[in-house]
Design a protein around this ligand. Structure first.
Ligand code: NAD
Length: 310
């Protein structure tokens, strides 16, 4: 397949070359998403090893350059993806882990901004909504240029499971998981359909689909230690909609300035993405129950954010 000619090289920097970061870089490479993919990790050897390993596939792919870099390489970045994070220590509380990840985020943001004053930041590190809010606050960037992976992955899992039940491809299932990427997230069943046809599932089947969605990460982590492939595809999809100026609507974690009483929080919500980042969020018409659940999710996140005293 011929590589598309681009006038200026497109560069995506991936910070954190762990399970998520390395798999994301590989996915971006396979998808020919950018001309240059840069890996930055506190463990430089790891980033270097991953970059070399991927580069050796060049004869089979061509075109794309993958290398381990430094913050200086963020200067020419179109998108900076942040997947770096500390792993939970034995006995460490979730809150202490978040605090350590905030310190890491602070370092990363200052490193990136030193060389690129106006990047698009795409955060995947968990807890993603809280850390995306922190990245926005710490960077001083417009909220339109700071997004998180949000519930893009959760929505993909949801669509996959509905597709399995209905015997149709998940690509034809429209389904939205919104709110926190975590336990307080909710499915917008009132907006879920297959080519416009409402989905006929009993309430038990709905509960089964949603609890499988919400517990998917726990299930995979128990089986293999981490999740990486579907989050990598989710991040690639987000990059595509930005780089191709698609105005695609994805459930990224975006800043809610004001949505029916919810404000000043980041959460997963249908968001229009363009080359400039976030154009707008969709005024999703939820039913009363869904709306209350979204409020609870937003309140939970706002409480977590307030604890950080950013
Ligand atoms: P990992 O431990 O495999 O990788 C983390 C990497 O970050 C390591 O290579 C580490 O060296 C690096 N790192 C740590 N501090 C750094 C710093 N200051 N600068 C640069 N690099 C640094 O973890 P993982 O499995 O790749 O997961 C990464 C994050 O992504 C976690 O927070 C995880 O919970 C999250 N995650 C999010 C989603 C989602 O849907 N948003 C899905 C899966 C995983």
């Amino acid at each position: 397949m011929a590589t598309m000619m681009r006038t200026k090289p497109t560069r995506i920097v991936v910070i954190g070359s762990g399970a998520v970061g390395a798999t994301t870089a590989y996915t971006l490479l396979l998808r020919d998403r950018a001309n240059e993919i840069v890996l930055i990790d506190a463990n430089r050897e790891k980033a270097h090893g991953d970059a070399l390993d991927m580069s050796h596939g060049a004869p089979f792919i061509g075109g794309v350059k993958v290398f381990a870099g430094t913050y200086e390489d963020c200067a020419a970045a179109d998108i900076v993806i942040i997947t770096a994070g500390a792993a939970q220590r034995p006995g460490e509380s979730r809150q202490d882990l978040v605090k350590r990840n905030i310190v890491i985020m602070r370092d990363i943001i200052s490193g990136v901004l030193r060389y690129n004053p106006d990047p698009i930041l795409l955060v995947a590190t968990n807890p993603v909504d809280v850390l995306t809010y922190a990245a926005w606050k710490l960077s001083g960037l417009s909220h339109r240029r700071v997004i998180g992976s949000g519930t893009v992955l959760d929505s993909a899992r949801f669509r996959y499971l509905i597709g399995e039940k209905a015997g149709v491809t998940p690509r034809s299932v429209h389904g939205y998981v919104i709110g926190e990427h975590g336990d307080s997230e909710l499915p917008a069943w009132s907006k879920t359909n297959i080519v416009g046809t409402p989905i006929v599932l009993t309430s038990e089947e709905k509960e089964e689909v949603f609890s499988a969605t919400r517990n998917a990460a726990y299930q995979i982590i128990q089986a293999k230690g981490s999740t990486s492939y579907a989050i990598a595809l989710s991040l690639d999809r987000i990059c595509a909609s930005i780089l191709n100026d698609e105005s695609a609507i994805l459930n990224v974690s975006s800043y809610i300035e004001e949505y029916h009483g919810i404000h000043d929080v980041y959460l997963g919500f249908p968001t229009i993405l363009t080359r400039e980042g976030v154009r707008d969020i969709i005024d999703l018409q939820l039913d009363e129950q869904e709306f209350e659940a979204l409020h609870r999710s937003a309140t939970y996140l706002k409480d977590r954010i307030a604890e950080l005293q950013l």
